[in-house]
Structure formats: C-alpha cells, structure tokens
Design a protein around this ligand. Structure first.
Ligand code: ARE
Ligand code: CA
Length: 474
C-alpha cells in the first residue's frame, strides 16, 4: 500500500499540524490546489482526552473513535475531504492504533463529551475494557521487542491488536475515514505494534471511495511512523513491505549536512547510497512535529536560512515520498497551538505576501518552499544529471533538461559558469523571486546554446540556493 494516489503531476504532502478542518478546506482551494501540493497530513481526527493547558499532544491520547476534536466535527471533516479532493489535494489522517489515553485521575471527559476511566482501561465510547489491552508494564529497554510492542509507550494504555475485537474496532474506524474520502493514513507508533497485526488490519481495509475520484480497487496509502536510527531490534525492514516508512535517518542527515557538519559534496550519493530505504518505501521530511522540538541536528523553522536550503534539496533530489512540515510557533515541547481565551484553536491569518502572522508559521507558504513544490512537479520523471561540486559546500545539479539547482553553504561566494542542462533562454530563480507578467522579480539566469549559465550565490545573499526550471522560463 505504497501508492499515495496523487493527482496529475503533483508530489508533495504538507503536514498542517493542528489546523482546523474548515481552515484546511479553505487552504486547499485558495493555496494548496493552485500551488500544486499533492496532499495534506492532518492531525488526529478522533476524540481525545482534554489535558490542562491544551498541549498539542493531547490528541495522541484517544478516548473514542467519534470524529470530534478541536479541529472540528465529522461534518466539517467530511466537507474538508470533499473540497480538497475536488481541487486534487488528498487527505491523509494521523491514526492512533497502538493505544488509548494514559492515566487520568477519575473520570475523563473527551473532546466529544465521552467519558472514560483510563486508569481502569475502561473506554465505554468504543467500547474497550481491560481485556482489550496488554497488561501494564513500562518500556525501559528500547531494544527489547516485548517491551517495545507490548508495554505502554509513555504510559499510554496499550491495545492488543491480536484480539479480534480490537482489530474489528480499528478496521471500522479506518473504513469510516475511507468512506469519507481520505486517501490514506499516517500510522502513529507503528514500531510499537507487531507487523503481522498491522498486515492483517491494512489488508482488511476497504478500497478507497470511488465517489471521491479514486480509481476502482485503489488501496489506502499507508505510511508508518517507525523510528529506526539503525541497529534497532524492531527495525523499519519489518514494516516497509506493508506501506511506506518514515525515514528518520533522512531527517537527521539532511540536518547535519545543511548545518555544516558534513560537506554538501557528499550528497551526491544521497538516498539508498546513505543506507536509506528504497525510494518508494521512504516517507521523507526535514523535520516532523516531534523531532522539530528536540535539540540536535534536525533543522526547524528557527534556522530559516539553513531550513530553506535543506527543504530545497529535499524537494529537488528525486528520493522518497516528500512531506513538508507546517508548524505553529513554539517555545517548548508543550506549547499549545494558537488558541483563544476559550481554548479554541484559532484560524491562521495572512499578511499581504500570504505569510502567516498570528502564531502559525506556515512554512508551506514561504516562497522558497512552495516554489520548490512547483519545481518538483515541473521536473517530475527526470533523473539527476550534471552533478558539480567545488569539493566542499558548493554543489549544483540538473534534473534532466527541466530543472537546475545550485547551493552555496561556504563562507565565500559561488560565482561561475555552470552547466544548467536547460534549453537556451532566460530563467527566473524561483527562490529569490517569481516569474510575474513575463519578468523575474528576483535573480535571473541566461542559459546559452550549450546549456551553461552564469550562477552567482553570494555568501551573504538572503538565500543560499538558486533554482531554475522550465515552467519559470521568461
Ligand atoms: C504525554 C506526556 C508524557 C505522559 C504521556 C501520557 O508528555 O509525559 O507520560 O502524555 O500521559 C506525543 C508526545 C508525548 C505525549 C504523547 C501522548 O510526544 O510527549 O506524552 O503524545 O499525549 C517513541 C515512539 C514514537 C513516538 C515518540 C514520541 O517510538 O512512536 O516516542 N512518536 C509518536 C508521535 C508522538 C506521540 C506518540 C507517538 C504517542 O509522533 O507525537 O507522542 O501517540 C528513540 C526511540 C524511539 C522513540 C524516541 C523518543 O529514538 O528509538 O522509538 O520514539 O527515542 O522517545
Ligand atoms: Ca503496543
């Protein structure tokens, strides 16, 4: 179940973390569709526990499979899926199959008003009782298969996916979402479930809904969150044939490279050459909603120059199923999404350039990022050719004769004639500006009959990357 069912030539997913369904519907119509985004990963849709201060992570603690959360209710969800599909943007839902909520003193009331007693493993809204869960134990050794798969991940009540009842409830929940028109699922904490159980569940799901434009017999796209830095007892390889797997090493290594810990010239063998999964099995990202909050090599929106360069490389190099992160501003791990005094999530607001202003970061609306989504669409089905590097942190390469990229992560200028592989003509650099009414608002490059053009990226230019493609030819 590796086919994401993209529409036309599209090929990038954006994670609109914590957005409301009505805002996503609007975003599909006004921005994502026109800009050529292929799909949206949405936050968990089913009812969750209410945690004090409303941290984003309360949504990873389910109470029932009713589709009411702070993002909206079932009707709003269904409306969003229809409106996004109508403009060729697919919806992928983050689903929690591993667990229900953690301990909560007394009776918990969820976002749909359902009561539960997590301490007793009693979730009448499903219903689940204690026998549907593994006995309580703690994960202390992350290389012990039994603990990883049958103990409680950070204290979250651990469902027993080998039981017929649990399987039937999970399949019913996923089928309900398929009926509403989604294209697939991000499976949270997949490493914490036996792959045999997941195989049973995935293969039991309905085909995608033909009323939403999917071809007959389309299987839901599955991408599984398996954190495998290498040498894990429970490895990504156990899951990769069932669906795509999040390639965390991609995120860590791309962060290392663009932070300057590793020369860019080494990226020539990026992908399987670095020990990553085969391209069609890898879900790739610069950062995700968890690791953007951790210290370490991973880049996030707080280092914008390097982040934009890493994202440009991510979207320009033909490897993996690409996902772009779209964040809200945070100070620490628990910062809630932008919300009002009544703790309702607020809608994003935009300035005259289309950038978000009120606590939402909206990386996907940064020109340097959405322009690369357009680049990726424009160069689809071409290979990397014409690799050049200066032996250090200046690199360039072509995507067939459709696109060209250059990076300068050295502390001195990149200024020289390089092979762009493009047909002769003048092209706009889509990083520093756009093609508007027949002229470039940023840098432009004139390519001669031999495909060469003069490329300049100053070490103190606003961005350290330059991108040309055939759809931005003057
Ligand atoms: C919250 C509180 C906890 C409390 C718990 C229960 O923070 O203190 O004990 O509630 O009351 C998210 C948040 C958690 C939050 C949880 C539930 O990140 O902080 O706990 O929601 O509300 C492992 C898993 C991986 C998992 C990461 C976080 O393998 O699957 O841990 N990622 C997913 C999601 C998270 C989410 C959950 C799972 C739970 O993406 O957003 O948690 O649904 C090594 C190992 C990895 C390990 C990693 C981090 O790299 O190899 O396997 O990841 O360390 O520990
Ligand atoms: Ca488990």
């Amino acid at each position: 179940q590796h086919n994401p069912h993209w529409w036309g030539n599209r090929n990038t997913i954006v994670h609109l973390f914590e957005w409301k369904w009505s805002d996503i519907a609007q975003e599909c119509e006004s921005f994502l569709g026109p800009r050529g985004f292929a799909g949206v990963q949405v936050s968990p849709v089913n009812e969750n526990i209410i945690a004090a201060g409303r941290p984003w992570w309360e949504r990873y603690q389910p109470i029932s499979y009713k589709l009411t959360t702070r993002s909206g209710n079932e009707e709003e969800f269904g409306d969003m899926v229809r409106r996004c599909n109508d403009v060729g943007v697919r919806i992928y839902v983050d689903v929690l199959l591993n667990h229900m909520s953690g301990d909560f003193d007394g009776v918990a009331v969820g976002t749909a008003g359902t009561e539960a007693e997590p301490r007793k493993k009693s979730f009448p809204g499903v219903p689940y009782t204690a026998q549907d869960f593994h006995p309580t134990c703690e994960i202390t050794d992350w290389n012990d298969r039994f603990q990883v798969q049958q103990c409680e991940l950070v204290g979250l009540k651990d469902l027993d996916q080998s039981s017929d009842w649990v399987r039937s409830k999970l399949i019913e929940f996923l089928d309900h979402l398929i009926e509403l028109g989604v294209a697939g699922f991000r499976v949270d904490a997949a490493k914490h479930m036996a792959s045999e159980d997941l195989e049973y569940i995935y293969s039991s799901l309905s085909n995608l809904n033909i009323d939403h434009g999917f071809p007959h017999n389309s299987r839901p796209f599955i991408f599984q969150e398996v954190i495998d830095h290498g040498h894990e007892t429970v490895s990504r390889d156990e899951y990769k044939d069932l669906g795509a797997v999040t390639e965390f090493r991609f995120s860590e290594e791309i962060g290392n490279a663009f932070r300057g810990n590793n020369a860019l010239k080494w990226l020539q063998s990026w992908g399987t050459g670095w020990g990553f999964l085969p391209s069609g099995q890898a879900l790739t990202f610069v950062d995700n909603h968890d690791n953007q909050r951790d210290a370490g090599a991973v880049l996030n929106y707080k280092s914008p120059r390097q982040y934009k360069m890493a994202t440009a490389f991510h979207l320009a190099y033909p490897y993996g199923v690409s996902r772009v992160m779209s964040s809200f501003a945070f100070d620490d791990h628990d910062t809630p999404p932008p919300q009002d005094a009544q703790e309702r999530i607020i809608s994003p607001e935009f300035d005259e350039d289309g950038a978000c202003v009120n606590g939402w970061i909206c990386e996907h609306r940064w020109r340097q990022i959405y322009a690369m989504v357009g680049f990726k669409n424009a160069v689809r089905d071409t290979e990397i050719t014409g690799w050049w590097d200066n032996g250090d942190n200046q690199i360039s390469f072509c995507r067939g004769n459709k696109g060209f990229l250059a990076f300068n992560n050295n502390l001195y200028d990149l200024s020289q004639d390089l092979n762009t592989c493009l047909p002769a003509g003048t092209y706009c650099d889509v990083i520093s500006g756009s093609l508007i009414d027949g002229s470039c608002t940023g840098k432009s490059v004139t390519v001669n009959e031999n495909g060469y053009g003069y490329i300049h990226i100053g070490s103190d230019d606003f961005d350290g990357v330059l991108a040309l493609h055939v759809d931005a030819k003057v």
